[in-house]
Design a protein around this ligand. Sequence first.
Ligand code: GCU
Length: 448
Amino acid sequence: MRCDRSRARHDRRWVRFPQMSTSSPARDRLRAVVTHAGSSLVALTVLAAGAFVVPQGVPADQPVVRTASTAPAPSGPAAPSVTIDGVDYPDPLRTDDGEPVDGPASWEGTRRDELLAHFRQHVYGRSLPVPTRQTYAVRSTDVGGVERKNVRITVTGPEGSGSFDLTLFLPGGGRTPRGTFLMIDHRGAVGDDPGSSSGYAPVSKINDAGYALAAFDTDDIAPDDENRYRSAMIDLFHPAGEKLPEDAGRTISAWAWGASRAMDYLQTDPDIDPAAVAVIGHSRGGKASLWAGAQDPRFAAVVSNDSGSTGAGLARRRENGAETVARINDSFPHWFPQTYKSYNDRESSLPVDQHELLALMAPRRVVVGSATDDANADPEGEFRSYVAAARVYELYGLGDTGLASTRWRPAPDTGFRGPAMSYHLRSGGHGLTASDWDIYLDGDLFSR
Ligand code: GCU
């Protein structure tokens, strides 16, 4: 079974919506307070009833972390919070029982798994299982000095077998790639010709920089269509006529699963260093790349380009025209599980927010790319999420965001890079462009 690449892609539109109401008394009251000050956690003075003051000596543009002083709720993850731009957010550094997470041991031993479980249950849904069998058929071709490999990956589940294609371009001249970008390609834009370039997937540019590019078409994993999304891989694991469980992942989860299956192959390819693979996606592909990176620690770097709502962007912000949970679920009912829909217009009830998704990459490199005019993806929400995730990187001594200031808004068109975190804000609108790639390809994503 294989999907038909020629079908219409009518749903690959970018939906724009009118501006949302932005008033938030809490936000107005607490404007000054944000998140994390780069590599140094600022000591806080916590007053009774959860009030707090900015510590003396903190420069005006340095955001401050506030950890709520309120006792954690007896159960459930919602109580301990951090404040981001005046609004309470779940604290990645408190376990569900309210215990502080003070180092890699408690992060990796307890908190990381708790957060993954929450994202799985409430946001992205349960993943497809590891296939019972997986095989690869590889065809290598020299295309004008570039080695192209067409890899057909066949997976077997309880309901049958299906295949998807991974296309791999290696830098020419027998050079060993310095790393590999694995692209979750929701546009079906990476063809067979390494010379045909676009800003979105500039094969030659990537190869010239010494990297390999591997890409798969998300439609071969789960078609981006409300009525057909189960038809490729999902129904290999669920009986076709049966309703999916409420908490089963839909397309975004399936695409992330596809990235892991592609990684299974890359680990077997002698031309690829599996310790230097970055998963990258744009927009809906960026949501999937983050979820893939969160779950699969084999990805040494995780790149989110303009991923916005349910990607890098904070869900609790409902302003500046940013896409909300309700809007994304209404527009794309086949992207997330039913469980996520219960948070429509109830973002503050979510046990997690997206800064905790970014934090799940720690200590591997997380890369967030945004665009100044991409209101639907809420670049400010992506930035604040990135900054807030640094608190978890700090457990590893890697909390330096690379930013000149953690205050919105950073200088556009500048790559900011810390030892494990990278950020840029491109001028312009929604898109993965040559300028974004210039920044992703500048320097080594796989070194500190
Ligand atoms: C829509 C959707 C976004 C998504 C984007 C895309 O605009 O609202 O959530 O990121 O499509 O994938 O291009």
